[in-house]
Design a protein around this ligand. Structure first.
Ligand code: XMP
Length: 328
C-alpha cells in the first residue's frame, strides 16, 4: 500500500467520471433492493455518495444531516441549501445535547472520535429503524480506511466514519466511494454539478477535534468564532487577489491558559492556532504562507471578537509529516 496517491501505473476508477457515475448508480441499485439512509455531513465525500444513492434509489433513500453542536458557523443553513439545490430528500437531526453529553470529561483525541462515532451510530440505528431499513450509506474514501489502520498498518488516526459500527449493530454499511482518493471524488462531484466541489475538507468529528482538551459548549463556541474569522479573512484576501485559495484553512483552540492584558489588568485567556495548508490528497501537506496583513487582521479580529477569552493567536508553520493537518 503506497500512501495517499494511487500507485504509479494503477488505473483510476474515475478516468471517465460519467462512466464511474453510471456504474456506481447501477451497483447501488443491485446492492440496495430496499430502502437506505445516508450519513450526509455536507462534505464533498458524503454529498457525492448521497447524490449517487438518490439517483439509484429515489424516494427509497433519505439523507440525514446531524447537527452535532460541533459544526462551523451557519453550517446547518449552508448544508441545507446545498442539499436543496442538489435535489436531495434530507432531514436535519438536532443532536447537540447528545454529543456534548457523550464528550463530557473526554480530552484524548482518539477517545473523542470513538465517543462521537458511537453517538452517530446510535442515532443512525434509531433513524434507520424509523425509516424501515438496516442499510447505512457513507462517503468513506480510500485515505479514511488506510489511515484508520489496514491489516499491516498502525492506526494513525481513527476516522470516526470507519470501523465505528459495533459487531452487534444491525446496521449494514454501504460505501460507494471506498476506492477513491480525494481528487477523484472532486472530479465526480464536478461531473454531478455539485456547487463549489473544491470546498475545503472538514473532519467528521467536527470542532471537537479542533479544541485541544475538554470539549464544552463554551470552548466550541470560541473555536467556532475564531474559525469563522479565519475563513472570512482568507476568502476576502482570495477575492481581492492578495493570495490563492489554500487547500485547507482553519482555527484550533489550544490547550492551557496564557497571559494577556485587558485594560489595566493581566488576564488568563486561551490561545488560538491558525492552520493553513496546501495539499492535493491530505496524506502530505505543506504549511502555506499567509500575507502578513491577512495574518494581522485575523489575530486582531479574533482577540477582539473573543475579548478576554482568547488573548493570543499562533500560526502553525509545520508540514505534514511530521505533523498532521489537524491538531488532534
Ligand atoms: P490529518 O489531520 O490526518 O488530516 O492530516 C487529513 C485530512 O483528513 C481530515 N480529517 C478527518 N476527516 N474524520 C474525517 O472525516 C476525522 O476524524 C478526520 N481527521 C482528520 C483533515 O481535516 C484533513 O483534511
Amino acid at each position: 500500500m503506497a500512501g495517499g496517491t494511487r500507485d504509479q501505473g494503477g488505473a483510476s476508477p474515475v478516468n471517465d467520471p460519467a462512466q464511474f457515475i453510471a456504474e456506481a448508480v447501477e451497483r447501488l441499485r443491485t446492492e440496495l433492493p430496499g430502502k437506505a439512509i445516508i450519513a450526509a455531513s455536507g462534505g464533498i465525500d458524503s454529498t457525492v455518495a448521497a447524490i449517487l444513492t438518490e439517483r439509484a434509489l429515489g424516494e427509497r433513500a433519505r439523507a440525514l444531516f446531524v447537527d452535532t453542536g460541533l459544526l462551523r458557523e451557519k453550517e446547518v443553513e449552508r448544508v441545507s441549501e446545498l442539499f436543496r439545490n442538489a435535489g436531495l430528500r434530507f432531514e436535519v437531526l438536532p443532536a447537540a445535547d447528545r454529543f456534548f453529553a457523550a464528550l463530557a470529561d473526554v480530552s484524548d483525541p482518539e477517545e473523542k472520535r470513538r465517543r462521537i462515532g458511537a453517538a452517530f451510530i446510535r442515532l443512525f440505528e434509531s433513524e434507520a429503524e424509523r425509516f424501515g431499513t438496516d442499510r447505512l450509506v457513507q462517503g468513506t474514501i480510500a485515505p479514511d480506511w488506510i489511515e484508520s489502520g489496514g491489516a499491516l498498518r498502525d492506526t494513525i488516526k481513527t476516522h470516526h466514519n470507519v470501523g465505528g459500527i459495533p459487531a452487534d449493530s444491525r446496521l449494514r454499511l454501504v460505501e460507494p466511494l471506498r476506492d477513491l482518493y480525494k481528487d477523484e471524488v472532486r472530479a465526480v462531484a464536478r461531473a454531478l454539478g455539485v456547487p463549489s466541489p473544491d470546498r475545503q475538507p472538514f473532519p467528521g468529528p467536527g470542532l471537537a477535534v479542533r479544541v485541544a482538551g475538554p470539549v464544552t459548549p463554551e470552548r466550541v463556541r470560541r473555536v467556532r468564532v475564531a474559525n469563522a474569522v479565519v475563513e472570512e479573512e482568507i476568502e476576502r484576501a482570495v477575492a481581492e487577489g492578495t493570495m490563492r485559495r489554500p487547500w485547507q484553512y482553519f482555527a484550533v483552540l489550544l490547550p492551557g491558559r496564557t497571559v494577556g492584558v485587558l485594560g489595566d489588568n493581566r488576564v488568563h485567556g486561551e490561545a488560538i492556532g491558525v492552520r493553513v495548508v496546501e495539499s492535493s490528497d491530505a496524506m502530505t501537506a505543506t504549511a502555506a504562507d499567509l500575507p502578513r496583513a491577512v495574518a494581522q487582521r485575523i489575530a486582531e479580529r479574533i482577540t477582539r471578537s473573543l475579548h478576554g477569552e482568547v488573548v493570543r493567536v499562533l500560526y502553525d508553520i509545520t508540514d505534514k509529516p511530521p505533523a498532521t493537518i489537524e491538531w488532534e
